[in-house]
Ligand binder design. Sequence first.
Ligand SMILES: Nc1ncnc2c1ncn2[C@@H]1O[C@H](COP(=O)(O)OP(=O)(O)OP(=O)(O)O)[C@@H](O)[C@H]1O
Length: 261
Amino acid sequence: MSSSSDEFRDPAIDIRGLTVRRGGNPVLHGVSLAVRAGTITGLLGPSGCGKTTLLRSIVGTQIVESGSVSVLGSPAGARRLRSRVGYVTQAPSIYGDLTVRRNVAYFAALAGAARSEVAAALDAVGLGRYQNRRAADLSGGQRTRVSLACALVADPDVLILDEPTVGLDPVLRAELWERFHRLADDGRTLVVSSHVMDEADHCDELVLLRDGRLLAQLTPAALRSTTGEDRLEDAFLALVEGVPGGRRAAEDAVEEEEAAR
Ligand SMILES: Nc1ncnc2c1ncn2[C@@H]1O[C@H](COP(=O)(O)OP(=O)(O)OP(=O)(O)O)[C@@H](O)[C@H]1O
């Protein structure tokens, strides 16, 4: 982590009264939450509830109607955050005509990372043996992994990951979660969106969104104890059922999760 990480105190991400409209429609309604440095926060909720919009707001690529988002003590999107905040979008943003290795080397050069870090980032996502293949010739899951390697190689203080494990096999998913834990142990702050409730157990804290509103921010253990449910999927359902009209949204979320498996 860069030495300048000492400049800020908790929280690493501070969101207050965030309201966002997209295409004229309200998408986030006064969301407030704080993310501690050195933790993994899971952002969970049904499709369309506003997860990506919230992540874009943290990165500073989303036009915000009102409220504030501060990252490492600076407004989201501030110039000084560029090298300190990594963002892996749902759709991999890589160069199809470059090899896997060149894609990662390019992002390493932008970030001023050592060339030796390129191989390490490729190994971390299990793509070492594909390094000379054109990115355009990879599967969807492999392209996602190249995108992830491009973010990892820059070694950012804050890593924002939009569904990073979609389409990955269980072994690779487990390895990536181990890697995420090591990054958090080293003081990096990770925010990871997911449809998959069983991934929630990897997180220190969960942010549950529904219809653009914050349902709860709590640990997996607290989610279990407040709902009396052991399976996080059931706990999420129980929590959503406490909200009028919540059951349908919760059932949709579970259906999507099952379809994604
Ligand atoms: N470019 C856009 N213009 C208008 N509306 C948009 C745009 N992008 C997203 N939306 C709407 O904003 C809402 C929130 O979308 P968002 O992508 O943040 O949800 P999400 O929770 O990340 O969904 P998913 O899990 O399916 O990726 C949705 O109702 C979506 O239709």
